[in-house]
Design a protein around this ligand. Structure first.
Ligand code: SF4
Ligand code: SF4
Length: 187
């Protein structure tokens, strides 16, 4: 399987600010299928891997760690098929309904050492931005409006804007429909 991103294990393994705790990355139907197939083919046993509130995300342990996080190796057990926001991190997104654009944000270095490394290496940053955009556009294209609206309500403090792109009209229409608007706080 072709890697979806550069591997940053050396930075993330040394990180004390684990972003796999209280992460709740959104899971589309397609992603869920891929993770379930991966668990089967890799013979990984994970009891009840997903939880659903307003959207689907990997179940959390009592300490709030993602059920796919291996606390011994400090690596993701489903790395090859991990959720789109996990590939994109430390880049996050928001949707601006007024401009019809998806906006991309980079976390501050103090909450993510990888962000600091990327900021100092423009070539690596550009490469990562490209894969993050691809993953996040796939995600917003596949999530239903209720799930996407719920995700957009989650605050992402300590980030700064690094770019934006026009959003597919279908996604905007889904978000603008009254049922989605009741649940969301998109601006
Ligand atoms: S992405 Fe950032 S916060 Fe998450 S483990 Fe890596 S360095 Fe730490
Ligand atoms: S899916 Fe993997 S990378 Fe994403 S939060 Fe869970 S353990 Fe971390």
């Amino acid at each position: 399987m072709k890697p979806r991103q550069t591997n940053y294990f050396s930075i993330c393994n040394a990180c004390k600010l684990c972003c796999c705790q209280n992460a709740r990355p959104p899971i589309t139907q397609n992603r869920r299928k891929q993770i379930e197939e991966y668990l089967l083919t890799q013979e990984l046993r994970v009891d009840k891997p997903f939880e659903t509130t307003e959207y689907v995300f990997p179940r959390e342990t009592r300490d709030g760690f993602c059920v796919f996080f291996d606390e011994e190796t400090r690596r993701c057990r489903v790395y090859a098929v991990k959720p789109e926001t996990c590939v994109a991190g430390p880049i996050t997104f928001d949707i601006n309904l007024q401009t019809g654009k998806i906006e991309f944000y980079l976390k501050f270095e103090r909450i993510c050492p990888l962000a600091g490394t990327l900021k100092k290496d423009m070539v690596a940053l550009e490469k990562h931005v490209k894969s993050a955009k691809r993953e996040l556009l796939t995600l917003v294209g596949e999530l239903d409006a209720e799930a996407l609206s719920a995700i957009l309500q989650i605050d992402e403090p300590e980030t700064f804007k690094i770019g934006e792109a026009l959003l597919n009209k279908g996604v905007l229409e889904r978000l603008r429909n009254p049922r989605a608007r009741r649940k969301g706080s998109v601006h």
